[in-house]
Design a protein around this ligand. Structure first.
Ligand code: GLN
Length: 454
């Protein structure tokens, strides 16, 4: 049914870069047989899933939305992909994304943009717009995304889906093509909070192949989601982050956010306002640290090891081949960030930029620690606006970066955050998102509060 749906709507939506109909049907058939034999592998056995094209999939192309990886077929599965297979989920294919996960609109994909199923003239968010659009358009019931600065949560917000960025280290990054290692996290993209919790439990937990993976069991996520569904939040303390609403936020987004807060009060939660003064520097901090890490990570795309290789002339030197390949293979946004990151890491600048940004990052983490001494969760709108028009911010990188205002602090501090739909904004009838942030390792709180809002 999902393959039929993809065939019917993915032309205009363009959520997928690769559909593996044959593989998915074979996996579905195997699941049917397990069902008949009473040997299902997990609660999600037989439920199809779409995977963001930044995760390595054995035998299936993995492009990261970039020309430089065109034609590359990984010889191995990312740990999360392996766990999907072990849990019996048929993999429908790979979803579109901003090149190397750099962007907030999926317009930076080298393979053309994804369109928002709510309004095809609008962006589906980014960088994981393909995964969010696939779920919103009912092409897939579940998807995997990755979130470095909001790429699961912001697409969730603007497509009316649920997106969860787990605690840093809670889900393995082995086989995730790194943009910024200290910020990247894999996570679920779904239509309900309970689905997200089920998927999180299927893919999460310790992995010896990821040195940053946390070696302890996940908190009970599905149980927390079920608890939240009772609608009772008595005793829970919620902090509304002063710095993450108000100026720069669309009135309709704020109105839906306020309704969400009112619902929490009705559910028995105590709501207070909490100031996190350094959050106003989060965007600047992120857009230094992330390009620094990205410039170093992307150095491996050297025309020798993976994908594309461009020969400017028959007797070109290795360096000339490298230059021509990178020139043709990387898009403008990727080049911009490589240049920014290389500059900021240059000798003489390191302390002024990267070192300074790391210090501010610590202050942001301390804001979270101080806040979580007073409250159990923090809340804010997920993104400042609903989906904007395709092309609207494409030539203005700063306007594009501003979409990440509310999502970035969680990545800098490594804490979990979920976006759940908060309703449609009055101005344009488009979905808005409600973000719930919790202390590191307390991902269960995101699911409990998120489910209570459904
Ligand atoms: N929009 C942010 C960026 O461009 C976040 C991307 C992400 O989370 N992968 O970097």
């Amino acid at each position: 049914a999902h393959l039929d749906r993809i065939a019917a709507v993915d032309g205009p939506v363009h959520a997928f870069l690769h559909v593996d109909a044959e593989g998915a049907l074979a996996q579905a058939k195997a699941s049917d047989e397990r069902r008949a034999a009473g040997t299902l592998l997990s609660a999600l056995d037989g439920v199809p899933i779409a995977v963001k094209d930044v995760l390595a999939t054995e035998g299936m192309p993995t492009t990261c939305g970039s020309k430089i990886l065109e034609g590359w077929v990984p010889p191995y599965d990312a740990t999360v992909v392996r766990r999907l297979k072990e849990a019996g989920l048929p993999i429908l294919g790979k979803t579109n994304m901003d090149e190397f996960a750099m962007g907030s609109s999926t317009e930076h994909s080298a393979y053309g943009p994804t369109h928002n199923p709510w309004d095809l003239d609008r962006i589906p968010g980014g960088s994981g717009g393909g995964s969010a659009a696939a779920v919103a358009a009912f092409e897939a019931p579940l998807a995997l995304g990755t979130d470095t600065g909001g790429s699961i949560r912001q697409p969730g917000a603007v497509t009316g889906t649920v997106g969860m960025k787990p605690t840093y280290g809670g889900i393995s990054r082995y086989g995730l093509v790194a943009m910024a290692n200290s910020l990247d996290q894999v996570g679920p993209v779904t239509r309900t909070v309970l689905d997200a919790a089920l998927l999180h439990e299927a893919i999460g937990g310790h992995d010896p192949r990821d040195s940053t993976s946390i070696d302890q069991p996940l908190p009970p996520l599905v149980e927390a989601a079920r608890q939240g569904l009772t609608g009772d939040l008595t005793g829970l303390k919620v902090g509304v982050v002063t710095e993450l609403s108000g100026d720069g936020y669309q009135p309709g987004v704020l109105a839906r956010f306020q309704e969400g807060v009112d619902l929490l009060v009705k559910a028995g939660a105590e709501v207070v306002e909490v100031s996190c003064p350094h959050f106003v520097h989060a965007l600047a901090t992120y857009y230094l640290i992330m390009p620094c890490e990205a410039s170093s990570n992307l150095a491996k795309f050297d025309a020798m090891r993976y994908g594309l290789r461009v020969w400017p002339s028959e007797d070109a030197s290795a360096e000339e081949v490298m230059r021509a390949t990178r020139d043709a293979g990387f898009g403008d946004e990727v080049k911009r960030r490589i240049i920014l990151g290389t500059y900021a890491l240059s000798s003489g600048y390191y302390d002024a930029y990267y070192g300074q940004a790391q210090k501010v990052r610590t202050l942001i983490s301390r804001d979270f620690e101080a806040a979580f001494e007073k409250v159990d969760v923090l809340v804010s709108p997920t993104a400042p606006t609903t989906a904007f028009k395709l092309g609207e911010k494409l030539d203005d990188p700063i306007a594009m970066y501003l979409n990440d205002l509310a999502t970035i602090p969680a990545n800098l501090a490594g804490v979990p955050g979920i976006s759940v739909p908060s309703g449609l904004a009055d101005e344009d009838g488009l979905p808005a998102g409600f973000q719930i942030l919790a202390p590191a390792l307390a991902d269960d709180r995101c699911y409990r509060v998120g489910a209570a809002l459904e």
